[in-house]
Design a protein around this ligand. Sequence first.
Ligand SMILES: Cc1cc2nc3c(=O)[nH]c(=O)nc-3n(C[C@H](O)[C@H](O)[C@H](O)COP(=O)(O)OP(=O)(O)OC[C@H]3O[C@@H](n4cnc5c(N)ncnc54)[C@H](O)[C@@H]3O)c2cc1C
Length: 419
Amino acid sequence: MTRIVVLGGGFGGVAATRHLERLCRGRPDVEITLVSRENFFVLTPLLFEACSGRLELRHCAQPIRPCLRRARFVEATVESVDVERRIARAVASDGGAYDLPYDQLVVALGAATNETLIPGSSSAFTFKTMADALLLRNQVIEQFERADAASDAELRRRSLTFVVIGGGLVGVELLGELTAFADDVLRYYPRIRRDELGFHLFEAGPRTLPEIDPELAAVATQVLARRGADIRAATPVRSLEPGRVHLADATIEAGTIVLAAGIVPNAVASRIPVAHDERGRIDVDAAMRSRSHPEVWALGDCAAIPGPSGRPYPALAQHAIREARQLAKNLVASLDGRSTAPFIFDTLGTMAALGHSQAVAKVKGLRLTGFPAWWLRRTYYLLQMPRWDRRLRIILDWTVALFFRPDITKVDITSPRDV
Ligand SMILES: Cc1cc2nc3c(=O)[nH]c(=O)nc-3n(C[C@H](O)[C@H](O)[C@H](O)COP(=O)(O)OP(=O)(O)OC[C@H]3O[C@@H](n4cnc5c(N)ncnc54)[C@H](O)[C@@H]3O)c2cc1C
């Protein structure tokens, strides 16, 4: 029996498990186990709309179990990997420990927000998980409630100031959705004027949206600037403290500060005693096999997979999904003594949603802006949901959202019990 253990049930891990299931169909000599912290995975490009309420929060996620046919699923947090004894160690939420012996290990543990660059980062919101989206949603609505109730102008201004740190795709898309959400819900808050709202985005690098070409990035900046957003490139944030963003020459007081300034590989993946690159990603060859431990494979945001130029592929879902297919083929080929093939993929394009049915996109060299870009992005990511039951729920949410304003229900999980 060959035991394949996949760590991490995100884009890469779930897709790799599904491909392995398919390739090992009818092979009783292969046992596949997927371990992940949650029993669902998040379609991160839909997280923005889940945060604003245009999409029901759960609908940006796909439960893992219905996606699997024969693989075993274990919901637990991986804590370490003993590469000598070939055991992955995981702990469940009730404290139960699992030792998962493997013959082949696939690491797809993803990445976390980089909190090491800016002192005080732990005081900011992050935007990576469904819990992040729920917390941020509650925070934004809470700020509207506080501002509407307050008579002190200073307090109102602070509550209505929102800062996003990081001008990459995540930061820009988040700012776009926040501005659109604010526009849509403002009528519920009659004591708040639109000009009291402040949206800021600070990017340390020379320009925003470095993932897309400069012309489209400029279009995105103009769209957001027209909504009153203050977008500044080449403006590194020096430090953060609760409610304050310190720049080189000014301090901004803000009720809501979100950190979206890059990622670091998952800490557990970085600790696995195999070869890593200087950023802590698992160092694999073009076939996605560890350079130091051939029974370990890695993909997605926690792996440094060299492209044809030698530079690692970017940390994107579109890559992780395709890496998964090639990795599964290579792993099964190696079991059968066949040769492996390198992962080669040319980016399809980049799309950034900006809220209010606006987006910018460059797909296969074709540039789109406005509604067509927004429609294309939505349709593409809808089809990335693996199952039709989820896709239908999303379509229903989007249809309802055409006719109604976003929901401003705040789900406070710390509410006291009624007595
Ligand atoms: C808000 C946002 C928007 C994005 N938009 C896009 C986009 O439009 N297009 C695009 O291509 N990419 C986008 N990305 C990037 C994309 O989400 C990632 O590149 C992709 O998720 C990487 O896949 P992965 O499998 O490596 O990691 P993930 O999908 O992050 O999966 C990692 C999995 O491992 C689990 N895990 C982590 N630690 C443990 C542990 N210790 N034990 C058990 N399980 C663990 C996690 O719960 C998660 O399920 C976006 C990212 C974010 C945050």
